[in-house]
Design a protein around this ligand. Structure first.
Ligand SMILES: [Zn+2]
Length: 347
């Protein structure tokens, strides 16, 4: 089904209502004086919330009024502040294949940009938030996708197309039909330009309904994940041959629906902060997992496989020494993304 074809059945007022409306905003319009906020300990991010008023004790930096704070779950985990001079603008001539044209930025903007991706899980005053009006829709839609994944299975969900998602909603009462508002929201997120919130990666999938043909993928035993046959599968097998069975696939090919669910969940985790979310997860349609990139880890290393700790393992060092393996997001890359030593680049 082509984009928007699915909307034809219910072109309601709500389908139009979102048109032209900004999805995002800065959280604090006036108080840029309110210093940028950083949490030096990302692992504490969601477990030890401090009230903003407690954390920003300086009365010269008033807490913005509620209405100014945008998203309902505004940034609250604050440990200390560092200076920061605003979001770098992508140059008009941004080369989307290679991030953006960093030569168009001045030194201050470059420093600001690098500070953001090096402190990817921190909160910066210039971060862009999903507009508060989308909060309940964000939660509702994400929960709906969670039901699809739980009901259809994690493995299948990795490959699920948008049309299959709609079908699952229609066919299974335990999932339930997607509402026009949810579908509009998914479209809005998919077609939004993420340069606006600081992600500069390439658009990989033009259409939300793009699908991954089942015949093109191979299931990787005991992983719950799939790889594209050919170059991608061969690269994975070669790495394991050269490094050993301790290397495992932690995420393979991912459909737009899967990436959407991950991104929305990450946005909730980031309390509506799209900039923060996209520093560690590509927005839907922008993930190279859709065209063959994959993530590897080490058996028994658990969640640390998705942290910088992975780069300290002997497996990683062996992989880095192979010569034929590249990682997609090296340190200080131009995509607006954190360092991801586990993410293997195809081609
Ligand atoms: Zn990855």
């Amino acid at each position: 089904m082509h984009k928007r074809a699915f909307l034809e059945g219910f072109l309601t007022a709500s389908a139009v209502a979102f048109g032209g409306q900004y999805m995002w905003r800065r959280i604090n319009r006036a108080p840029l004086a309110l210093a940028p906020i950083i949490n030096p300990n990302p692992s504490m991010a969601s477990s030890t919330p401090l009230a903003r008023a407690d954390a920003v004790a300086d009365p010269a930096q008033p807490t913005p009024p509620r209405a100014e704070t945008g998203f309902e779950f505004a940034p609250i985990e604050v440990e200390k502040t560092i200076p920061q001079q605003g979001i770098p603008k992508p140059a008009p001539s941004a080369d989307i294949k290679h991030g953006f044209n960093i030569t168009g930025l001045n030194d201050t903007e470059v420093a600001s940009y690098l500070r953001k991706i090096r402190n990817f899980d921190a909160i910066f005053a210039s971060d862009i938030y999903l507009d508060r009006s989308y909060e309940s829709l964000l939660l509702q839609t994400t929960q709906h996708l969670t039901r699809v994944e739980a009901y259809m299975g994690h493995g299948n969900f990795n490959l699920m197309s948008f049309d299959e998602m709609l079908q699952a909603g229609r066919n299974f009462p335990a999932i339930g039909r997607f509402t026009p508002e949810e579908l509009n929201f998914l479209e809005e997120v998919f077609f939004a330009n993420p340069h606006r919130y600081g992600f500069f990666g390439e658009k990989i999938s033009a259409d939300i309904t793009d699908r991954i043909p089942r015949k093109d993928v191979a299931k990787i035993p005991r992983s719950g994940h799939f790889l594209l046959r050919g170059e991608s599968l061969n690269l994975y097998n070669q790495i394991r041959k050269d490094v050993g069975d301790e290397v495992i696939l932690t995420s393979g090919v991912r459909s737009n629906v899967k990436q959407m669910h991950l991104f929305l969940a990450k946005t909730i985790e980031a309390k509506g902060n799209l900039s923060r979310a996209s520093r560690s997860l590509a927005p839907p349609g922008h993930s190279y997992h859709g065209i063959g990139d994959f993530d590897i880890g080490k058996v028994g290393f658990g969640e640390r496989n998705f942290t910088v700790d992975f780069s300290t393992t002997s497996e990683y060092r062996k992989i880095a020494g192979l010569g034929y393996v590249d990682i997609r997001y090296p340190t200080d890359n131009l995509f607006g993304v954190r360092f991801e030593p586990w993410h293997i680049k195809l081609g």
